[in-house]
Ligand binder design. Structure first.
Ligand code: NAD
Ligand code: ZN
Length: 244
């Protein structure tokens, strides 16, 4: 790992425009499980049951009970780890410009990053499926599920379920920033959920250096990424920042 860290520090120092693409893995050390892999939510829930819009619409109570149990209770109270804080530091150093995240936990903003594209929306907000009124997740009562709007419509999280489109602004801006960067950090993503997994291809078209940080190889490893630093995001980012 030491050698790849040194290489990464060299590459990051030389880069002019760094963009990061992050996935559930960067929040694992904050206590939020990923979907896939060891300890992932998919070991407990069927993805199509848990995260598909049709399943939510068919039975919002059941969906909310799963969301509450598996995600919401963990996101509430979670703190950024050294992975998030390392990216905030890179922004402070003027190196990192934008984070494209697939996460819905708000931990990049909590760490201090100011330009975060939330590719799959956010759990910080919910909105009414009847009148579109928005509420902060923390102000709604989840003791009775599904939570309801003042108009008695059913509330849903402002995230992107399977079967739904990526918000237009997030999609187009991600393509733009990825195709302009000269170095992309791909951290904690299994790189199998499309279209998010295609974001690094825009960076490749600009001849950007693509560095993965992940304890396990992904479909990008050895194909698209120049190298992988195999390890947990928090530990790796801590080492990178301490090596400047
Ligand atoms: P994923 O669950 O498909 O894959 C997780 C990846 O993280 C794997 O490649 C795994 O090897 C890696 N990983 C595990 N521990 C790690 C660590 N300590 N450091 C770095 N990497 C680690 O995640 P995905 O690719 O982001 O796709 C799943 C989708 O699930 C996302 O699009 C997101 O919307 C949603 N999700 C979000 C959260 C969150 O907001 N924290 C949590 C779970 C799922
Ligand atoms: Zn309403």
């Amino acid at each position: 790992m030491k050698q790849t860290i040194q290489q990464a520090v060299k590459d990051i120092s030389k880069a002019k425009n760094i963009v990061a693409l992050t996935g559930a893995g960067i929040s694992v050390e904050s206590g939020i499980p990923p979907f896939r892999g060891k300890g992932g939510l998919w070991e407990k829930y069927d993805p199509m049951e848990f995260a598909h819009i049709q399943s939510f619409l068919r039975n919002p109570k059941r969906a909310w009970d799963m969301i509450k149990d598996a995600m919401q209770s963990l996101i509430t109270g979670a703190k950024p780890n050294d992975g998030h804080l390392g990216l905030a530091k890179l922004e402070e150093m003027g190196l990192l410009h934008t984070i494209i995240t697939q996460n819905v936990d708000g931990l990049h903003q909590a760490a201090g990053n100011t330009d975060v594209i939330e590719y799959h929306g956010t759990f910080a907000w919910v909105y009414c499926m009847s009148c579109n009124k928005r509420y902060r997740m923390e102000e709604i009562d989840l003791n009775t599920t599904p939570p309801k709007c003042a108009c008695s419509g059913i509330l849903r999280p402002d995230c992107v379920f399977f079967g739904e489109a990526i918000p237009y602004d997030a999609l187009t801006r991600s393509q733009t920033v990825a195709s302009q960067c000269d170095l992309m950090l791909v951290i904690g993503t299994s790189a199998v959920v499309h279209p998010a997994a295609s974001v690094p291809y825009y960076a490749e078209q600009n001849n950007a250096i693509i560095i993965e940080i992940n304890p396990s190889p992904t479909p990008l490893t050895g194909t698209l990424s120049h190298y992988i630093i195999e390890g947990p995001a928090g530990e790796v980012m801590r080492n990178i920042i301490n090596s400047f």
